[in-house]
Every structure is written in C-alpha cells, then in structure tokens.
Design a protein around this ligand. Structure first.
Ligand code: MGD
Ligand code: MGD
Ligand code: SF4
Ligand code: MO
Length: 736
C-alpha cells in the first residue's frame, strides 16, 4: 500500500474512533501534522532560516531548498549568535533525517518479542489501554515519563500539561537532569531564579575568561570562535584535569585533580578576601551572607588547596590575582562542575567569586553556566518537571491559580508538589511502584548512569513506550511500543539557547512514512486518553507559544512582549526577558545590569558548605579515576543522529577508545592501539588504547558517545540537584 493510501486509511480510522476537532483538522490539513506538503508560509523563497537542533549554542542556519525539498545548509551570516559560522554537526544536520533507521510506522512488540507494524489507531488505543489499566490497578503514580531538552518549548509545554494535568501522571523528569539540574538549583538559590545572566558577546568583551570543567573547542565550538574574536588579548584560563583541546589553546591551564574544585575555589575566595581584591560596595549593597562566608573560608588555606588539587600554591595565588585584578572577568562552567557529587556547591563557589569581585551585570563578566542541548533552557522553563510551567512553583497556591486561569483548567488538576527525580523514577521502577514508562526524545538505555541497574528496571516494567525518530536505539530494544516521531527540520516551534535567546525552527522537510511531530502525537494522545477538551484551543505550536507568553508574564523570564513567530524570525531571535515591544538593549542583553536579584530582598546570596570526598573509593583493586565526556565535535551524545552522516563519520573513531597517561601505559605495558579491558565494580568493556600525556597519571577518559560507557559509571548524585556524577568512577585497566 502506498504511504499516501496508508495515511488516508489511518486518518479514517482516527475519525471512526473519535469525532473531535483535532481529528477533523488532521483530515483537512494533513500537512500540518507532519504529513503531506510543507506549509507555504514557511518557505517564502528558496532559502529559509532556521536554528540548529543540536547544541545549546543555537546557531542560525539557512536551509536551501529546491522544488520545496531541502538540499543543503549554510550558516546564517546575519544571526547574532554565530555570524556565519557552524560546526560540523550544524553543516551536516540534514543527514540525520534520511536514514533506513528512521521509525516510519508505529511498532508494537508481539508475544514472541518481535516488533510488528501497526496503525496509529492501534498504537494509540494500546498506549491508552495499557497505561490506564496500570493506573487502575496500581494507582495514578504507577505511570511515569522521561523526556528531554531536545524538543521544542511548545512540545514540552504540551507534554508537561498533558501528563500532569490531563493524565494524572505525577512523576516525570528529563535528560536535562543529567545535564544542568545542578546549574538550575545553584542559580535558584544564589539569585532567586534560574537565570544564566550572560549574552555571548561577553566572550568578546572579557579581559579574563575562566572555563571550569568545560571543553568548548569540542562541545561548543562556535562559542569558542567567539572567544577567538575577543580583541582584548584576554587571559584564557582552563580548569580541567585533562589538557583538553581548549586547555591547549588557553593562556593558562590548571590541571586540577578531579573533584577538588570546591576546595580550590574556596581557597581562591579566601585569597581574594585576604588581599582585599573585592568589590566592597557591591558586596554590601547587593549581596547577603558575606560575613558568614568570610568566617567559613578561613579554614581554606592555599596549602589545603594545593594538597587537594595538586596545583602549586604559587599558581593558585597567581590565579586569584588574575581574577582579583581583572576588570572584566567572566566565569563559564559546564559538565565538569554540574556532573558531580557536590555540583551545586561547586557552581555556587564559582558564583561567589563573581559576586565578591562585582563581576556580574556588566559587559564581559558573569557567573555563566553553559548549557548543553538545543532546548535545555526551554525544558528548564516549560517541561513542568522541576518547576510548574514558566518557572512557577507547584507548592505555591497563587502560582497554581495563575496557571489554571491562563490555561483555563481546573485548579485541582495541578499537583501541589514536585514529582520524583530521574534517579528516583528508576528506583521506583526497580522497587515495583512504577510499572509503566513513556520515554520521549532521550536514549537512557545508553546515556543513564549505571546501566546494569537501568536494564534491571526496564525488564521490570509492564509497559514501555519509546517515542523516537529512529526505531533501533539502545532504549527502543526494551520497548513494548515505538511511536515514530518527526525530527528537527520536519516540524515548527521555538528553542531557547544558552544565552536565553528564543529562536524559531521551521519545517523544511516532510517526515517519512507515518511519523508525526511530537506536538501532534501529544494531541492525539490527549484525544485517545479523553482529555482533549482541556487542550481544545492548542491547535498549533504558535497557539501554545501565546500561552507560554502569558504564563511568563510577571516572571523574571517574562517574554510576553513578543508578538509571535514572525517577530522572532525577523529579529535574529529574542532573549528573555522581553516584557514589552519597545524594550531596548538590542540583540545582546545580559541580566542584572540594575544589580537587582530575584530574592525578596533583591540581593544575591552567598552559599557554601564543607566539601566531602567523592563517594566511590579509588583503591588498590580499582586504582584509576574514570572520567567521561564529549569526544569530538562531530559526535552527538548516543550518536543516533550523527552516525547517519558519512561526512561526520570521517571525523571520529568508530571504535570506543580510552585515553591513558603515557607513564601509566608504560607501567601496564600498554601500547597505542592495544585492546584494553576496562573494569569497574559494576561492569566492563574493551576499548582501544590512546596514549597521551594530556591525561594525568591515575586518570583515564572515555568519550560518552559509545554505548558501553555507562556499564562502568558509579551512580552517585548531587544531594540538591540529583544530577548524576558521570565523571568519577573507579576502574582498573588490563591489556587484553
Ligand atoms: N560535539 C558535541 N557537542 C556537545 C555535545 C555532544 O554530545 N557532542 N553535548 C552537548 C551537551 S548536552 C552538553 S551537556 C555539553 C557538555 O559540554 P562540556 O561540559 O564542555 O563537555 P564534557 O566533555 O562532558 O565535560 C567537560 C570537561 O569536564 C572535565 N572534568 C571532568 N571532571 C572534572 C572535575 O572534577 N573538575 C573539572 N574542573 N573538570 C572536570 C572533563 O575532563 C571535560 O574536559 O556539550 C554539548 N555539546
Ligand atoms: N558517561 C556519561 N554519560 C552521560 C554524559 C557524560 O558526560 N558521561 N552526559 C549526559 C548528558 S549531559 C546528557 S545531555 C545526556 C544525553 O543523553 P540522551 O538524551 O539519551 O542522548 P541523545 O542521543 O541526544 O538522545 C536523544 C534521543 O532522541 C531522539 N530524537 C532526536 N530528535 C527527536 C525528536 O524531535 N523527537 C523525538 N521523539 N525523538 C528525537 C534521538 O534519536 C535519540 O534517540 O547524556 C548523559 N550521559
Ligand atoms: S555549535 Fe551547536 S548550534 Fe552551532 S552548528 Fe554546532 S551543533 Fe549546531
Ligand atoms: Mo547535556
């Protein structure tokens, strides 16, 4: 049967099943639902602009179309983020769409354990029947979802509302927990709201740029390009146990011991106080708890920091001096900080340095968390997981009332407390309280920490639904039902980048087969579940965008002044806040220029706490610290998308490899290219040896892009953010 006929048949089935506004619209305008043609208004000529759907940099790209089909991509010269630059993933973004591995029809596992194609009608009926049966038998809390930072904000808003207000699902979290939960908690506590304060122009305006646990040459190459454009001959300081590509290009590298950051930064703060390299006016007028901090820091001597970090005392003093005497100092941290057993306090130790030196709210400054996924910032505001839509609180009755009025839903439907975090959801599956799971746009069968535990959890589930653009992911193999999704380039909506810029992605290609945009899958699920009445006005992504605007009104992230998609499209994206149409400040706006923070007293707060040792023992049997992270600029996470490109394939190793220090390799008689058995207390893998002086003795590094990696990782978590500590596990190595 041709695809067109199948589509028509499916839609007829839908109509037979339900007579609702959604299904009628599906018939009238199939193109809007990922089927049929590309809407005319999105391709006014043969080149149309969009935003890259990989990392949080949020580069502007031009899509070149011929006969309404995308044939090429080029970076957008006029976009304020990347001004004509893109990394290999951006250039190759279209290649992820055309692949044999795409999920094109719903797939249902039969009794023999094989997947069989089915209609959307069967898929949606099965979804609804299975999840409802689990809820009926075991209570509403027995079904949960895991989502992402990689669908549009409108899709997150829909999913979060559908699950929590419509389906009675209490527990849902996202892969963003693995990524920037730490930064979220650190900002909320220190500033009163989750508010990364910077604009990318700050990279070009600083005289001192400090990167902590960040490797932008690989992970955020276009941000690094912005650093290279800085005309002020800046100090570029990299604090990372490894001599990374970024460290090699920096002016100073501090090869700190893993997880010694907290003591290290406390000692730097102590020196700043002792040497009086402070902005006393700023501290007095705009911060609280400084005296308590000062008292606490007295124990954190330079000698203590030297012993823990392995960095010479004189070098630590030099760094404090550079920071203390710099005029425009900016601090940038990423996963080396966030993924830690004490990530929140470490991020706050960095924030403290910016606050005490008054390096905030001014050009070229800031305590700046760089986020990871293309819409991690959208998920921070609109996923309805770690906070109620728009940075509101589930626990606050006024917030619940406001949201219920704007969305025109019963206040009773809004939960009054947070659901479980990612690690708790896995734990609840393992102890039998959660029995149904819906996984959307994330691949935890590869990416979640401690895979042995995760696998056990998957096997215990009564019903697992995986909604992905590919049918063969590491997680899909555990699924009972696979829902085929349209990907980036096949749908419309907004993303928010690291500097709070809202950008528009467009539909430039038609999704294969029966794949539908996540937005439309959520609409259909609402219909089949029987709660579509709640969402009857949510017809298009732009309808939902207008609701998002209303929800943000009065919040620090207020962007109610944006008129709609056209304004975003025509302005090079728009950074929040954007409260009214006449706001000035142009295309590069930073927060706290008025020095007012979001706590009630309008002051920023110093947070500090005694450091604790990493949880897993590095001992005689497992003597190496395993770190993991990004391996190349051409690989994306679990590689489902990037492995589709033949061009990108030339830029990285197909085989999993392990970086081992030259002297350690000599000691263990390992040569370059040897197969090495890497074993932890939880599992093992075999990797090719890459011998290098850029990794320190007693440490090894494996990129996260290879499926085996999380067999080794130790599941420890920050107590406040619940973010996993992916970068510290004990292993041993042996030549095979
Ligand atoms: N090419 C590519 N780009 C990406 C991604 C990708 O998969 N591929 N993913 C995106 C996402 S979601 C994210 S979150 C970002 C991540 O971006 P980054 O955080 O920059 O990348 P990572 O390699 O995970 O970690 C950064 C560094 O932390 C260091 N590190 C490890 N332990 C410690 C420690 O204890 N202290 C300090 N100071 N440093 C430590 C590691 O050596 C590593 O070099 O990248 C984004 N960009
Ligand atoms: N050991 C180790 N593990 C790590 C890390 C580490 O540093 N070390 N880093 C962690 C971090 S920071 C992150 S962010 C996570 C990332 O981990 P994941 O989120 O699991 O990684 P992705 O490969 O991005 O998975 C996204 C999935 O969504 C699918 N997809 C893509 N577009 C769409 C779409 O539009 N709709 C739908 N429905 N599906 C789509 C893709 O095919 C893919 O299967 O990994 C974490 N895991
Ligand atoms: S830097 Fe990030 S946003 Fe820019 S092209 Fe590369 S992956 Fe895309
Ligand atoms: Mo991430």
């Amino acid at each position: 049967m041709s695809v067109r006929k199948l589509v028509t048949k499916t839609i007829r089935n839908l109509i037979r099943q339900k007579e609702g506004p959604l299904t009628r619209e599906l018939v009238q305008k199939p193109s809007k639902f990922g089927l049929g043609k590309i809407p005319e208004r999105l391709i006014p000529d043969e080149v149309t602009s969009t935003i890259c759907g990989y990392c949080s940099t949020g580069c502007g790209l031009n899509v070149h179309l011929a006969k309404k089909k995308p044939i090429n991509l080029t970076p957008d010269n006029s976009y304020p983020v990347n001004s004509g630059m893109a990394c290999p993933k951006g250039w190759e973004a279209l290649s992820a769409l055309k692949s044999e591995e795409r999920a094109t029809v719903p797939l249902l596992k039969n009794e023999k354990g094989d997947f069989e194609e089915c209609t959307w009608n069967t898929a949606l009926n099965t979804f609804t029947n299975e999840f409802k049966a689990i809820q009926n038998n075991h209570g509403e809390e027995s079904v949960a979802f895991l989502s992402t930072g990689q669908i549009t904000s409108e899709e997150m808003f829909y999913l979060g509302s559908l699950t929590k207000f419509g389906m009675g699902i209490k527990h849902g979290d996202g892969n963003t927990r693995q990524c920037m939960a730490t930064a979220v908690v650190a900002y909320k506590q220190s500033f009163g709201f989750d508010a990364p304060p910077y604009t990318y122009q700050d990279f070009e305006l600083s005289d001192t740029i400090v990167f902590i646990g960040a490797n932008p040459c690989i992970a955020h190459p276009i941000m690094w390009e912005r650093v290279c454009k800085n005309p002020h001959n800046p100090n570029i300081i990299v604090i990372d146990p490894r001599k990374t590509e970024t460290a090699m290009a920096a002016t100073h590298h501090y090869g700190i011991k893993p997880k010694s950051d907290l003591t290290f930064f406390y000692a730097i703060a102590n020196i700043l106080i002792k040497e009086n390299w402070l902005d006393k006016n700023f501290i007095e007028q705009h911060t609280s708890q400084f005296n308590e901090l000062k008292y606490f820091l007295e124990d954190y001597t330079i000698e203590k920091a030297e012993a823990e970090s392995g960095i010479e005392a004189a070098k630590i003093f030099d760094l404090a001096k550079i920071i203390g005497q710099g005029q425009r100092v900016s601090f940038w941290w990423t996963m080396g900080v966030n993924q830690s057993h004490q990530g929140v306090r470490t991020a706050q130790a960095i924030i403290n340095l910016a606050l005490m030196t008054g390096n905030i709210g001014k050009p070229g400054t800031g305590a700046n968390s760089i986020t990871g996924q293309c819409n991690a910032m959208g998920s921070r505001l609109f996923s309805n997981t770690t906070n109620l839509l728009g940075g509101h609180e589930f626990g606050n009755a006024d917030d619940r009332k406001k949201v219920s009025e704007i969305l025109d839903i019963d206040e009773e439907k809004i939960p009054s407390e947070l659901g479980a975090s990612y690690d708790q959801i896995i734990e609840k599956i393992n102890n039998g309280t959660i029995k149904g799971l819906w996984v959307i746009c994330t691949n935890p069968g590869h990416s979640w920490i401690d895979q042995k535990d995760f696998e056990e959890a998957m096997k215990k589930l009564d019903f697992l639904v995986v909604q992905d653009i590919y049918k063969n992911t590491a997680t899909a193999k555990f699924a009972n039902l696979i829902l085929p999704a349209a990907g980036w380039g096949e749908k419309e909506g907004t993303l928010i980048n690291s500097e709070r810029r809202i950008g528009l992605i467009k539909k430039v290609s038609v999704a294969p087969g029966l794949a539908l945009a996540d937005f439309h899958i959520f609409q259909l699920i609402a219909t089949y579940w029987g709660c579509d009445n709640m969402f009857k006005k949510w017809k298009t992504p732009e309808d939902v965008f207008h609701l998002m605007k209303k929800i943000t009104k009065g919040q620090p992230c207020d962007f109610s002044g944006i008129s709609g998609y056209d304004q975003i499209n025509n302005s090079g994206g728009i950074q929040w806040p954007f409260r009214n149409k006449t706001i000035d400040g142009g295309q590069q706006r930073r927060l706290f220029q008025d020095r007012l923070f979001y706590h009630e007293d309008q002051k920023a707060r110093f947070y500090f706490e005694k450091p604790i040792s990493p949880i897993e023992d590095i001992c005689g049997i497992y003597p190496f610290i395993l770190m993991s992270g990004r391996g190349s600029s051409a690989q994306w996470h679990t590689q489902t998308r990037t492995k589709q490109s033949k061009v990108l394939a030339k830029l990285y190793s197909k085989e999993i490899y392990i970086e081992i220090n030259t002297e350690d390799a000599h000691k263990f008689r390992i040569k370059e290219g040897d197969k090495v058995h890497v074993k932890s207390r939880r599992g093992s893998l075999i990797a090719d040896a890459l011998i290098s002086p850029n990794i320190q003795r007693g440490q090894v590094f494996i990129p996260m892009h290879y499926e085996e990696i999380n067999k080794l990782t130790y599941p420890s978590f920050d107590p406040y953010s619940k973010q996993p500590s992916f970068k510290y596990s004990a292993v041993k190595i042996l030549r095979c």
